[in-house]
Ligand binder design. Structure first.
Ligand code: SF4
Length: 338
């Protein structure tokens, strides 16, 4: 049984969950050493129509969680424990063909490198058409009409002409819009946006974020919005989860999360976001070494950077616990408001 299953409750939201990760572990074998744990005891639920922000620094496990949901863990890694359930189906029980059908049709992903995602040798229309043909039984005329309609929905300028354009003829913002159009092509019920706007300049980034949020809310699609920027989640997410060293550290509704954070790492992130240097230094314990310290393998993963660390944190691994209704934290000594 997962650690979180021992916690007070696993039900992180009152609405019916569309997607549920329950105690997911992803590990990578290492020659002559203990296996590397990329995800540890990840339990999360996402409701229908909900946008969950997943925030973490580079290497924290954000993309690995996206890959675990899509069942696309790079070899030789594997999900070694736990389950991912989508609309009541345990994805671990699907055969490879059923998983291929699910990807793109039910669950789609928007990634941060649109140029890497798009085939340089195929036109925009062909690439949208490939997805439509694979998942839907449409003739060529309907495919073209549908592709054109999708380009209009993502506000591509001159969509008729762009349909026959190659990726190198598109700007970065336009290429990202095409990737969004491909993700939306089959009206998936769940979308994972993995740092989808990080390569774009600030103005285009805001436009693309607005577009994603609008399209998701119009279609009542659920989304996991992966980002390193905690500020973005304040505008675009209903709930926010913090991930550190492959573990979910805190989950709460947006308002509660920003008003009343419980985990010391969340407080540190918020202080950095608010550019409150005094507060940030306080939560680092005035110790520059802490800032770059890596996660600990024993006890709390965050102990090397935590100003509140105590003896118990060094020995006992904290579990994700519902501290208040709907507000989960993985910490022995959560931050209490003064
Ligand atoms: S368990 Fe201890 S070390 Fe870990 S975040 Fe909480 S107070 Fe800090």
């Amino acid at each position: 049984m997962s650690e979180a299953a021992n916690s007070e409750t696993m039900d992180q939201t009152v609405a019916e969950p569309l997607l549920e990760c329950d105690g997911v572990y992803v590990t990578f074998p290492r020659y002559g050493a203990e296996e590397a744990v990329a995800l540890r005891d990840v339990s999360l639920t996402i409701s229908r129509g909900e946008v969950l922000g997943l925030v973490g620094e580079s290497g924290s496990g954000k993309t690995m969680l996206a890959r675990a949901i899509m069942r696309l863990i790079p070899q030789p890694g594997a999900i070694t424990s736990g389950s991912v359930t989508f609309e009541g189906t345990n994805l671990g029980e699907l055969d490879p063909e059923a998983l291929r059908r699910m990807r793109g049709r039910d669950i789609a992903m928007i990634i941060s490198n649109p140029r890497g995602e798009l085939d340089p040798l195929q036109t925009v229309g062909q690439q949208i058409g490939n997805v439509l043909r694979y998942h839907l039984d449409l003739n060529s005329k309907d495919v073209r009409e549908r592709a054109l309609d999708l380009l209009k929905q993502v506000s591509i300028p001159d969509p008729q002409r762009r349909l026959d354009a190659y990726p190198h003829e598109l700007s970065g913002g336009m290429a990202q819009r095409v990737v969004i159009a491909i993700a939306l092509a089959c009206s998936p019920r769940f979308i994972i946006s993995d740092d989808a706007t990080s390569g774009l300049d600030v103005t285009v980034q805001a436009q693309v974020l607005e577009l994603i949020r609008k399209l998701v809310s119009e279609r009542d699609t659920s989304m996991m919005f992966i980002t390193r920027d905690i500020g973005i989640t304040a505008h675009y997410c209903d709930r926010i989860a913090i991930i550190y060293a492959g573990e979910i550290m805190e989950v709460a509704d947006r308002g509660v999360f920003f008003d009343d954070p419980l985990h010391p790492y969340t407080v540190l992130l918020l202080a950095a976001f608010a550019q409150n240097e005094r507060l940030r230094r306080y939560w680092l314990g005035e110790d520059k070494v802490r800032e770059n310290s890596g996660p600990s393998a024993v006890g709390c993963a965050f102990q090397n950077r935590c100003v509140r660390v105590q003896q118990r944190c060094l020995a006992e691994h904290p579990v994700l616990t519902e501290h208040r209704p709907g507000h989960f934290v993985r910490c022995h000594f959560p931050v209490e408001r003064p």
